[in-house]
Design a binder for this molecule. Structure first.
Ligand code: UDX
Ligand code: UDX
Length: 452
């Protein structure tokens, strides 16, 4: 077992693998980092000026590390890098299974398994294999089984080192993490990985646990965060019914240090590639171990999220249909400061609006609206138009529906926009970010989530 990690390979150049490896390369000039991916177009983009992932601060880091101790290569060229690696991170996607045992809930580990086979095939020396992707509990068993069938003489230790970065703040989260978690069985392997993070993370923030606790902690942490969003969203509906103000209620609750102020912003519901997938994975695990009560509890968190999206879409559709039936959607990304729209609430909301006969005008700061529209399942091409800017998107609209909290929407000049909108325009502020008074005095009807 090597005591020091000097050569790292990461399989998977996505939203997690790319930024994480860029920061490791930046903070550890003595370590060489190779990121490989099956998707050659994605690798080409990482090697260009138009990176495939938008994150504030990422481009600068890639610019100073790429060609120094960071490189991106396609998986077909990756065998030699794996053969020389001291540590291999697996950072490929673990989507919800669509068929077979556990379909619709359990995580699909087939990409992880094929990575393990690839490592087993090409590794030559002692190699630490690190789960970076979110995995169901005991996934490391499967990885170990595959690795032990390798014929090239490699010997392996498996660690779980889940990533807690949030998109939009990935670089800040990686550079100043609340904690780094390393789960494993072999102390030498655990300490070798800890030494990588110690280049910039204080020792006190590096937590060590058993393998199964690390795997479960990641699922639990995401479930707790999602549960907070569902809790405040459940309260938001009650605020609207009682004329309370959800931001005031959140402020008061959050001032209690036992509760804390973060993750209490009411919204149209959470989105993103993780929360739903990881909740479903947790629910599946509960059911697998015949824990029906806990399964139902976590299912409730998902159910409120779906309900919140449905009720806000229904309100916007109802208003738009009083006029010309046109809704401008402002914001397609699942949150601000990212170009990611995986599981964005905008997808379900747009689908529901289209199904109710409304026409859509789509706009976002970073997401390509056409690319997004290709992912609307119930797409009726006639009913969807795309815009790069807010003003043309709002032109003639009966309802403006804000779905992403982009800063530019908070500062829209409402009087300037009013005259170009439909006859009796309304704003549905699904993130409660606009200046309500300014919008109301400009002539708009205003609904803000959680505001009475
Ligand atoms: C990550 C995690 O790994 C996932 O478990 C977590 O829950 C969500 O975030 P992310 O980086 O967001 O995934 O996924 P994505 O942007 O889809 O990137 C995964 C990359 O892995 C893709 O570029 C894909 O081409 C690549 N891949 C996938 C491989 O290189 N090999 C494979 O066998 C499968
Ligand atoms: C999440 C976790 O935060 C991160 O630790 C984990 O590694 C991956 O999953 P991410 O999905 O990138 O990160 O973003 P996050 O900031 O958690 O937001 C998730 C969703 O919840 C977004 O749609 C966001 O808009 C929504 N949200 C978040 C709210 O509606 N209200 C809040 O107060 C916070």
């Amino acid at each position: 077992m090597k005591q020091r990690i000097l050569k790292i390979v990461c399989i998977g150049a996505g939203y997690v693998g790319g930024p994480t490896m860029a920061v490791i390369a930046d903070r550890c000039p003595d370590i060489s980092v190779t990121v490989i991916d099956l998707n050659a177009a994605r690798i080409a983009a990482w090697n260009s000026d138009a990176l495939p992932v938008y994150e504030p601060g990422l481009a600068e880091i890639v610019r100073r590390t790429r060609g120094r101790n960071l490189r991106f290569i396609s998986q077909t060229e990756g065998a030699a890098a794996i053969a020389q690696a001291d540590a291999v991170f697996i950072s490929v996607n673990t989507p919800t299974k669509t068929q077979g045992e556990g379909a619709g809930k359990a995580s699909d580990l087939s990409y992880v398994e094929s990575c393990a086979r690839y490592i087993a095939e090409h590794a030559t020396g002692p190699t630490i294999v690190i789960e970076k992707s979110t995995m169901p509990v005991r996934a490391a068993d499967t990885i170990k089984r595959i690795l032990s069938s390798g014929k090239n003489g490699g010997s392996f230790h498996v660690l779980s080192n889940p990533e807690f970065l949030a998109e939009g703040t990935a670089i800040r989260d990686l550079e100043k993490p609340d904690r780094v978690l390393i789960g494993g069985e072999n102390p030498t392997a655990i300490e070798a990985l800890a030494a990588v993070y110690r280049h910039w993370v204080p020792e006190a923030a590096i937590l060590r646990t058993g393998l199964w606790s690390a795997e479960l902690s990641k699922l639990a942490a995401n479930a707790f965060l999602a549960q907070r969003v569902s809790s405040i969203n459940a309260i938001s509906a009650l605020c609207e019914a009682t004329e309370a103000d959800v931001d005031e209620v959140a402020g008061v609750c959050g001032a209690d240090t036992r509760i804390g102020p973060k993750f209490l912003k009411a919204s149209i519901g959470f989105g993103g590639s993780c929360f739903k997938k990881d909740l479903l994975s947790l629910i599946y695990l509960c059911e697998f171990y015949q824990l029906s009560g806990p399964a139902a509890y976590w299912q409730g968190v998902l159910d409120i999220n779906e309900w919140q999206k449905r009720r806000i879409a229904a309100m916007a559709a109802e208003h738009a249909k009083l006029g010309g039936g046109v809704v401008a959607i402002l914001g397609l990304a699942f949150k601000k400061n990212t170009n990611d729209f995986r599981e964005s609430p905008a997808i379900d909301i747009c689908n529901q609006l289209l199904a109710s006969g409304v026409r859509l005008r789509l706009q976002d700061e970073r997401v390509d609206a056409k690319d997004f529209a290709a992912h609307i399942v119930d797409q009726r091409k006639v009913g969807v138009e795309f815009f790069a800017d807010v003003a043309p998107a709002a032109d003639g609209a009966d309802a403006l529906l804000i779905l992403t909290e982009w800063d530019c929407y908070a500062t829209i000049d409402w009087p300037a926009l009013f005259s170009s909108c439909g006859k009796n325009p309304a704003i549905f502020d699904g993130r409660a970010i606009i200046d309500r008074r300014a919008a109301i005095s400009a002539g708009f009807k205003v609904y803000s989530v959680g505001k009475g």
